[in-house]
Design a protein around this ligand. Structure first.
Ligand SMILES: [Zn+2]
Length: 474
């Protein structure tokens, strides 16, 4: 099927490597340059054991374990507990470290990342006008840069899974570039296949989506990548013709048993939510994003249908949707937090997302006990994974799950050793720099605070993409 595409993946990659330079990101930026493609993802995950760490398992059956071990083999968590028999496993010293499941980002737009420095605070330079102007000029190589930048930034910050709403899907080559970037990174991701442009009413190329789905064994990076639909309601909710076309996209995804994500935000968001209910679109595979100020009856309908919610407090605040109050959304049974675009959020940092959620609730409630930090941590780990349908494979340090594991070094200057309240400390103090080790699918990709798999062509490709995009800013 792939051969039907106008440009094959091989040719696309060939044109990208022509952009490749020799620049490296320096250690001063907290990253360590690797040898590029030769060192990338297919490295076999080995057998390793972290000993004597504080384990936040995020699994009620195991809870928080002190001076405990976790054993990983062939990409799977084999055991958690004390003084595990590890055989010939590589031993990693976990003293002074917090070990927890990798953070799960339930909503992102990774393709936009290199636009981070282009947004200001005037009417012309705000996020929406800038992205609307530039997205129509994105080439496949720009998509690659945005996706790969976000993937590596996220991994560096302990995010091991992103649910990627890909809404700059201008051609099959753009989708191929996004998939190539994700496969080249170590991140676990779901590419939510979206429409050709966010600025027009163009449709999603559902024929190409079906081709990708049929040929997924050649795109899924051994199960690390998955597919879904990035879906939108028509701008005019009363236009029956437009709604029928959108319904066709929705039903195509349902037939393929792909998860679907939809925004409910901006002007008319209450009407959008009501439309999802009235048209019968809510079901367990549907994720509603933002749902600002959702009404009680809307949250009840979401629960009744088993659908889920993604909240992205940092970006919701930045675009002035309102204050995202955890207490307001407490009735929603299936929910998780997300970054919603590293560029708009400012950084790919789920600790910052949790911190924003906590501080917003604390400040607005007038009650210093109103935030349960373990619950908040679950919204970025176990509950987040469950909300995007991945709870069986990731989200907690549970034997049998895939080994998406991170380690936070508490000896750093800004963390200060031996936390009695590790969840609260992580939420209020941790950052990307705190993360000493990251493993995805058992493969260690950050170690001793250093990135092991960063493509050394990234700097040059990013600069080239930004130079190109800057031409359309004026
Ligand atoms: Zn979004």
């Amino acid at each position: 099927m792939r051969g039907l595409l106008p440009i094959t993946r091989r040719r696309l990659l060939g044109s990208m490597s022509a952009l490749a330079g020799t620049a490296v990101l320096s250690k001063a930026h907290g990253v360590h340059a690797a040898k590029g493609p030769a060192s990338s993802p297919s490295r076999v995950a080995g057998r390793w054991c972290i000993r004597n760490a504080t384990l936040l398992t995020m699994d009620p059956a195991h809870g928080t374990l002190r001076e405990a071990d976790i054993l990983v083999d062939s990409g799977e968590i084999k055991a958690v507990g004390h003084q595990l028999e590890a055989g010939d496993a590589e031993i990693i010293d976990g003293r002074h470290q917090i070990v927890m499941p990798g953070l799960v980002d339930t909503h992102n737009h990774m393709w936009q990342t290199q636009m981070r420095g282009m947004f200001g605070q005037t009417e012309q330079t705000l996020f929406f006008p800038v992205t609307q102007r530039l997205s129509d000029h994105f080439r496949p190589e720009d998509i690659w840069v945005g996706e790969y930048l976000a993937a590596m930034e996220n991994v560096r910050a302990g995010v091991t899974t992103s649910n990627d709403f890909f809404d700059c899907n201008r051609s099959p080559n753009h989708a191929a570039a996004a998939l190539e970037a994700l496969a080249h990174s170590p991140l676990r991701a779901r590419l939510l296949y979206g429409a050709q442009s966010k600025t027009t009413e163009k449709m999603t190329d559902i024929e190409h989506l079906a081709e990708l789905h049929d040929d997924w064994q050649n795109h899924g990076a051994g199960g690390r990548l998955s597919l879904g639909l990035a879906w939108r309601l028509p701008p005019d909710l009363e236009n029956r013709e437009a709604m029928a076309l959108k319904r066709r996209e929705y039903e195509t995804a349902r037939e393929m048993e792909l998860p679907i994500s939809v925004h409910v935000s901006g002007d008319g968001h209450h009407e959008m939510f009501q439309k999802l209910i009235d048209e019968g679109f809510l079901y367990p595979g549907l994720q509603v994003v933002h749902a600002t100020d959702a009404r009680d009856e809307h949250m009840q309908a979401l629960n009744d249908a088993g659908a889920s919610l993604s909240l992205t407090p940092v970006t919701e605040h930045r675009v002035s949707y309102g204050l995202t109050r955890l207490s307001h959304f407490a009735p929603v049974r299936r929910q998780g937090l997300g970054i919603d675009g590293n560029a708009l959020a400012g950084r790919g940092d789920m600790f910052g997302v949790m911190r924003t959620a906590a501080l917003t609730e604390l400040g607005a409630s007038g009650d210093q006990t109103s935030v349960d930090c373990m619950h908040l941590l679950s919204l970025a780990t176990s509950a987040a994974a469950e909300s995007i349908g991945m709870g069986d494979i990731i989200g907690s340090l549970t034997p049998g799950k895939r080994a998406d594991v991170i380690m936070i070094d508490t000896r750093q200057l800004d963390l200060g050793m031996v936390p009695q309240e590790p969840a609260a400390m992580l939420i209020f103090a941790a950052s990307a720099a705190s993360v000493s080790l990251v493993a995805v699918d058992g493969r260690i990709t950050k170690r001793d605070g250093q990135m092991l798999d960063l493509d050394d062509t990234l700097y040059e490709r990013t600069r080239s993409s930004i130079d190109y995009l800057n031409r359309f800013l004026d």
